[in-house]
Design a binder for this molecule. Structure first.
Ligand code: ADP
Length: 347
């Protein structure tokens, strides 16, 4: 009975929005708490006290609308400036996703092909019959919109959650859908966390077999918090063969070890180049470094991917090589890595 009445109240309150944050007063709005006792309703709205007067009109209209509910004896609207305490435990609820498996694609530094890998990994997983989501958490350089060939803005559903945009049957969410990627975004620490939280909890991901997270490069606070709190099944680290990239790989390994996230493996990208004229293999940035690091740290080596013009061209066209040329040897390499991961996870 109580919960029925609360549902009726929410049906009415959700037609109202917070005059400052513009958030709908629905069940997902953490700033609104509705309680009920013996026909008396209390609605507590957390506000910034400086904005108190902006809520006067809303309080009157909300009360008016609720008066129409049968059997309601009184409605009490409480404007409170009570701050929600953000404890470490809270972090756990911030990055929740019901996907059966959550895999983070990480790299110690930018430009090693992490996003390219994340995109091809996601589409290959989908081709193997999985329901797949791709979360572009690389808020400093979101490339999933371009690489997945998606433009446009996501819209919200009735629950006030963003509906992911789909291409190649992969559900995608990226900060790049929400901001102008050509305008540099200046993110302060708390804003980064807020944006990431929104992409986990504020998105209607649906039932997923796999959620692939394209992490920001490096091992800073954002990466650490995500690794620690998003219930990762595991991580895959992408590196190029050079020494400078490998130093960062070590940092990545240490970060995941520190927060007890299993490292599913390391991939060496841009490992070699096959000349299209002479068919000779050239090891431009040296080769084999990632395998050595993997062995040293007792982490699985998942394989080498060549440097290849088509990988870049297809990425730029928003048509990942695994979609554009599924039978190409490179796409088969991606697919084999995906199968290896699937096998390891199911064991
Ligand atoms: P990161 O996410 O690590 O910053 P990206 O995935 O954005 O790196 O890749 C950086 C650039 O390198 C992109 O232009 C991409 O198309 C290209 N690239 C990535 N992997 C390869 C590869 N194996 N061969 C050729 N170009 C690649």
């Amino acid at each position: 009975m109580n919960s029925d009445l609360i549902s009726i109240i929410y049906e009415i309150t959700k037609k109202f929005r917070d005059p400052i944050s513009n958030k709908t007063f629905d069940r997902n709005n953490e700033d609104v708490k509705i309680s009920h006792k013996d026909g008396h309703i209390n609605i507590a709205i957390i506000i910034n006290p400086n904005n108190r007067s902006k809520y006067d009109d809303l309080s009157i209209k909300l009360k008016e609308s609720l008066k129409k509910v049968p059997d309601l004896l009184s409605v009490n609207i409480i404007l409170t400036s009570e701050k929600k305490t953000e404890s470490n435990n809270n972090e756990h609820t911030k990055f929740q996703n019901p996907a059966k498996n959550i895999i983070a694609i990480a790299s110690g530094k930018g430009g090693v092909g992490k996003s390219t890998f994340a995109v091809n990994f996601a589409v290959s997983l989908e081709k193997l019959g999985n329901k797949v989501g791709l979360l572009d958490a690389d808020i400093y350089g979101p490339s999933v919109p371009r690489m997945m060939g998606i433009s446009g803005k996501p819209v919200s559903n009735n629950n006030n959650k963003l509906i992911p945009l789909k291409n190649y049957n992969v559900s995608c969410m990226s900060i790049g859908f929400l901001i102008d990627v050509d305008t540099p975004a200046i993110w302060r620490g708390p804003m980064v966390m807020k944006a990431l939280e929104q992409m986990f909890n504020g998105v209607e991901w649906g039932d997923l077999d796999y959620l692939i997270i394209d992490l920001p490069p490096g091992t800073g606070d954002a990466q650490l918090t995500l690794a620690q709190n998003s219930k990762l099944t595991g991580s895959i680290i992408i590196s190029t063969p050079q020494d400078v990239a490998l130093i960062d790989v070590r940092k990545g390994i240490n970060m995941f070890n520190k927060v007890n996230v299993p490292i599913l493996g390391i991939v060496e990208n841009m490992s070699y180049f096959i000349c299209s004229n002479c068919n000779e293999k050239h090891e431009i940035f040296s080769n084999g470094g990632a395998k050595k690091e993997a062995d040293k740290y007792n982490v699985k080596f998942l394989g080498e991917l060549p440097i290849n013009k088509n990988i870049r061209i297809y990425s730029d066209e928003g048509n990942p090589i695994c979609v554009a040329e599924p039978n190409d040897t490179i796409s088969i390499k991606y697919s084999n890595i995906v199968k290896e991961i699937q096998k390891d996870i199911s064991n």
